[in-house]
Write a protein that binds this ligand. Structure first.
Ligand code: CA
Length: 702
């Protein structure tokens, strides 16, 4: 009993080349393969198949035997930055994108390296390193190619057998602060990608489809209207412009689509999850009000030409970074005596949406965490019943959820057998304020952060929004009964995504370094394994030669890790302290993981002789928040994807600090060069960082 994948694996073992797997009995990755739910051997797409359910029909590993799951193989990875991506498996080869956007192909039964492709992003990214991160959530497989998108905005086709570059297309204007962390998605010989950058400039979001064979542009859809004086690209933009006021185009408008794209093969439609406003503050970008289409929406497009079909907006007049970029999962639900072709969507704003994907009409929306910005979603109009105070009209307002959301990009899975959706929820409040900001003269930032709200990290002033103090949980949501089926409180708020299987299991890594399997029906914990480092990537499962594997990347990362601060730093995943790995588990595993260094909370460097000047430190505070805090952490407390500057000796040295920040001596590690920065600003930054170090030395944070 040998299936084609098994034969392929044997060939691979004997002759040692991956091209053995492109033989006649190997499966071609095309629309039919990407839609085939029945075949559990492979994990061909970001969400396993086109419906994005992350549900595997494999059942060798089940609720009875998962307690025996052991490490089958692992590989150590040489990188220090975050690993957040979903690996793909085809014909016994596992492909994944890691730090610095390097893509690797490894033998899915041993981890043996077949090839590495390095897009050399730090040489290409330039100033883009100031506004984004190198972490990337995934790649696409299409026929003979692996397709990736890079930090600096390229979309690249690579030969799946050899790792050689076949085509490369720049998808962004390099003069704009746009970058890519998302996974390209393929459908009908095309590949779609968007970008991020809403908070770092006057950006106008768009998605573009390219020919998957050549990288040639097929079509582009803008998410928000441009200047009416330039004419509208299409009727949808003309319609959208009626929902904007003032001179929004001067601020770009935003709406950047950086994550959720789903192709619906049944209805032949493409769904795009769109981003928040640029800037966040609607009083600036659209001062006369308005819904501001197509911000924070799901937009259905014709996959052949990018023409608008329908939209559903989750946060009209968005003002809280409540984007709708999260996963768009397709499921058939038994509702009202019929089967509804539904979209399941749990965006940042805290409501779980069920949308009829034939019409774009709301079926239900229910809060899965506390939501103070809106009490409910009107089932007739589909609009939120808003709390007017949430729009910080008179200074500041404490709002739930905060800008990291009630759910972020971390993968949501759906199990058609239990009827439940599984995702990590976040329970935090945030203080929004535009006190001290001149709304009439505010200008979009250039190559730095600016949201039209008071400069603060995404978790500042934030705390748990629950009486039990929990900031994160794993939730199992029943979209038919419209309520939680079960919930598991978790440590920290930045917990990764899930995978579910026909073995009636849900797998989830955790921010605290535990990889856990649950009973999909009850939520009972059935197995856990401590991987010795923070997990930010979702797991997958696949099968080769009759053995089911569960695999995931281990490497703390993503924007939540980047923003740092006490809640994140408390995990102890300090920069470079713990190893980055790819680990595969099976019921027959015999590999032994070397022990990881324990979690470590960084100790600031004592240097009282530096002599902090409070006035200089205050100048440095603003500079740090706009330029440095997005990677080195709010309040100069790193979340672990960068060095904690409070512990850095470089900060003590005028020439050493200038060499790194202005001279660009660490560009290859991802630290951008600020060639134009003045001596005064360098000095102010050093005083701010030292002030934060001294404050922590005097009174360590709880
Ligand atoms: Ca945003």
């Amino acid at each position: 009993m040998r299936d084609p994948a098994a034969k392929c694996w044997q060939l691979l073992l004997v002759i040692g080349i991956a091209s053995a797997c492109s033989g006649s009995d190997a499966r071609v990755v095309d629309d039919a393969a990407l839609s085939d739910e029945s075949r559990g051997e492979d994990w061909l797409a970001f969400g396993r198949t086109l419906n994005e359910q992350r549900f595997s029909p494999l059942q060798q590993i089940d609720t009875a035997n998962v307690k025996d799951l052991k490490v089958d193989w692992f590989i150590d990875l040489p990188d220090k930055s975050g690993l957040v991506s979903t690996p793909l498996v085809s014909n016994g080869v596992l492909y994944f994108i890691g730090s610095m956007n390097r893509v690797r192909a490894v033998d899915a039964t041993s981890g043996r390296l077949i090839w590495t492709y390095d897009p050399r992003v730090t040489e290409q990214a330039g100033d883009r390193m100031r506004v984004g991160w190198d972490h990337n959530r995934g790649i696409a497989l299409w026929r003979d190619k692996v397709i990736l998108a890079t930090w600096d905005g390229r979309l690249i086709g690579v030969d799946a057998a050899t790792g050689r570059e076949q085509w490369s297309t720049m998808t962004v204007d390099p003069t704009k602060a746009l970058y890519i962390t998302g996974a390209p998605k393929v459908f009908k010989d095309k590949v779609i990608i968007g970008n991020g950058g809403t908070e770092q400039g006057a950006t106008r979001g768009y998605v573009t489809a390219y020919d998957a064979a050549t990288g040639k542009q097929a079509w582009r859809f803008y998410i928000v209207p441009g200047n009416p004086a330039d004419g509208f690209e299409n009727a949808a933009m003309e319609m959208a412009a009626k929902t904007w006021t003032g001179e929004w185009w001067k601020f770009g408008g935003g709406g950047n689509a950086w994550h959720g794209f789903t192709y619906d093969a049944e209805l032949d439609r493409l769904y795009i999850g769109t981003g928040n406003g640029s800037p966040w503050n609607r009083k600036i970008r659209s001062p006369g009000g308005g819904d501001n289409l197509f911000l924070s929406s799901i937009v259905a497009l014709n996959p052949d030409n990018g023409e608008y079909i329908w939209h559903y907006q989750t946060a009209p007049g968005e003002s809280w970074d409540y984007n709708s970029n999260m996963d768009i999962v397709l499921a058939d639900l038994p509702l009202g005596g019929r089967t509804v072709k539904a979209i399941l969507h749990a965006p940042k704003n805290g409501f779980f949406y069920v949308i009829d994907r034939e019409t774009g009409k709301l079926i239900s929306a229910d809060a899965f965490t506390t939501t103070t910005w809106a009490t409910s979603i009107d089932s007739v109009t589909g609009r939120p019943n808003e709390n007017p105070a949430a729009r910080y009209e008179h200074g500041s307002a404490i709002v739930i959820p905060g800008p990291v959301g009630a759910h972020n990009w971390h993968a949501m899975s759906f199990n058609p057998q239990t009827g439940l959706a599984y995702y990590p929820a976040i329970h935090m409040s945030y203080t929004f304020s535009d006190s001290g900001i001149d709304l009439a003269t505010w200008k979009s930032p250039i190559w730095k952060r600016g949201t039209g709200t008071a400069a603060a990290s995404a978790t500042s002033g934030a705390g748990s929004s629950r009486s039990d103090g929990v900031v994160g949980s794993l939730q199992a949501w029943d979209p038919v009964r419209r309520k939680l089926a079960w919930e598991v409180p978790l440590d920290g708020f930045w917990n990764p995504g899930t995978m579910t299987s026909a073995g009636n299991l849900v797998f989830q890594g955790r921010a605290d370094g535990n990889f856990v399997a649950y009973d999909a029906t009850s939520g009972a914990e059935l197995w856990r394994f401590n991987v010795g480092s923070g997990i930010s990537a979702p797991p997958i499962t696949y099968s080769v030669a009759g053995r089911q594997y569960v695999a995931l990347l281990v490497g703390w990362g993503g924007a939540g890790a980047a923003i740092g601060g006490p809640l994140i730093a408390a995990h102890g995943w300090a920069y470079g302290a713990q190893p980055r790995r790819l680990i595969a588990f099976s019921l027959n595993g015999t590999a032994v993981l070397p022990p990881s260094p324990p979690p470590v909370v960084v100790s600031p460097l004592p240097a009282r002789e530096f002599g902090v000047n409070a006035l200089l430190a205050e100048q440095g505070r603003v500079e740090f928040a706009e330029r440095c805090g997005g990677c080195h952490g709010g309040g100069a407390m790193s979340g672990g994807i960068t060095p904690d500057l409070r512990a850095s000796g470089v900060v003590l040295s005028e020439t050493g600090f200038a060499d790194v920040v202005r001279g660009g001596s660490r560009v290859s590690s991802g630290m951008p060069a600020y060639r134009q920065i003045t001596d005064d600003k360098l000095l102010a930054l050093r005083h701010y960082i030292r002030q934060r170090a001294e404050a922590a030395l005097t009174k360590p944070p709880k």
